[in-house]
Structure formats: structure tokens, C-alpha cells
Design a protein around this ligand. Structure first.
Ligand SMILES: Nc1ncnc2c1ncn2[C@@H]1O[C@H](COP(=O)(O)OP(=O)(O)OP(=O)(O)O)[C@@H](O)[C@H]1O
Ligand SMILES: [Mg+2]
Length: 152
């Protein structure tokens, strides 16, 4: 369950990783095990936590051989493949109307691709379930990753 962008319970899974490479490898594995075309992934973490690093692993897990770059300024990068990858970064957006102008529903409702959304928590309540929540927390030894699938 989600409240104001905070994960507050439910079927939570937690893992700890040390390096950026391990984070990307986690993303690849998680995708192979849990992600299907049409899915939405909402990612939360402070600046530099590793959201874009995780995106690289997820894109690779979808079978895309691409070099992921941050969509901080473009707001959306599209990678086409047998499953597309729609990589959003909402950091520079303030108004839900801007999200609609980006055509965000065309992507989140597409059955051809996976939407991956950084800084979604700036718009609590905007995204409807089902979705995968991934939270990246910076720890003394690396990163803690919390995952949860919200089905309804
Ligand atoms: N254990 C780790 N996991 C992830 N990233 C790490 C780790 N250790 C160091 N890093 C470094 O931290 C940086 C994370 O940057 P990244 O762009 O992935 O973060 P972000 O959460 O997307 O940031 P932003 O909020 O600016 O979009 C990278 O330079 C990465 O190499
Ligand atoms: Mg990023």
C-alpha cells in the first residue's frame, strides 16, 4: 500500500547490494523474473541513489542492448525492441497537466512496452495500480532495495 509516496507495508521484499554493477544485475534478474510487457515500474530514491543505474539493468533484462542515459532533461527516453522501454524522469515536472502533455498514458497503458518512472512520488495518487514499486535506499555499505507488487 502506498501513502504520500511512502511504502507502508504489504508484500515487501528487501535485498542489499554493494556496487552499482550489482544494482544493474539485480535489475536484470528482477525483470526476467517479474516483469512483463505492459507493466509499470515506479522507482523511488533520493538523488544519486541509483534509479537510472537500475534502469540499465531492467532494459537489459527486457533484452534491449542499449546504453541508458538519464532522461532528466528530456523527461522521457524511448527504447524500441521486442519489448519497448519507456524511461521517464519527472524530476523537472511540477504539474500533472505536464505529465498528460507528455502523453504519459499512451506509454503506461501500452501493452508493447514497460514504463519505468523515476520521481513518480512527486505525483502521489497519479499512477493507478497494478504497478511494481522499487525503493532504493543508500546505506553504509551500498544500497537497500525494497520491492513490492501492488495489484489493486
Ligand atoms: N551501490 C551503488 N548502487 C548504485 N549506484 C552507485 C552505487 N555506488 C555508487 N554508485 C554511483 O551512484 C550514481 C547513481 O547515479 P544514478 O544516475 O543511477 O542515480 P539516480 O537515482 O538516477 O539519480 P537522479 O535522482 O539524479 O536521477 C552512479 O554514478 C553510480 O555509479
Ligand atoms: Mg536518474
Amino acid at each position: 500500500m502506498i501513502l504520500n509516496g511512502e511504502i507502508i507495508g504489504g508484500n515487501l521484499k528487501t535485498i542489499h547490494i554493494k556496487t552499482a554493477q550489482e544494482l544493474a544485475e539485480f535489475g536484470q534478474q528482477y525483470t526476467k523474473e517479474n516483469i512483463e510487457p505492459g507493466d509499470k515500474i515506479l522507482v523511488k530514491g533520493t538523488m544519486g541513489a541509483g534509479k537510472t543505474t537500475l534502469a540499465q539493468g531492467i532494459a537489459n533484462g527486457l533484452g534491449l542492448e542499449v546504453n541508458i542515459t538519464s532522461p532528466t532533461f528530456s523527461k522521457l527516453n524511448i527504447y524500441n525492441g521486442s519489448t519497448d522501454f519507456y524511461h521517464f524522469d519527472l524530476y523537472n515536472l511540477e504539474d500533472p497537466e505536464e505529465l498528460e502533455n507528455l502523453g504519459i498514458y499512451d506509454f503506461t497503458e501500452s501493452e508493447n512496452g514497460v514504463s519505468y518512472i523515476e520521481w513518480w512520488d512527486k505525483f502521489p495518487g497519479f499512477f493507478s495500480s497494478p504497478y511494481h514499486l522499487i525503493e532504493i535506499l543508500i546505506t553504509d555499505t551500498g544500497r537497500q532495495i525494497n520491492t513490492e507488487f501492488i495489484s489493486c
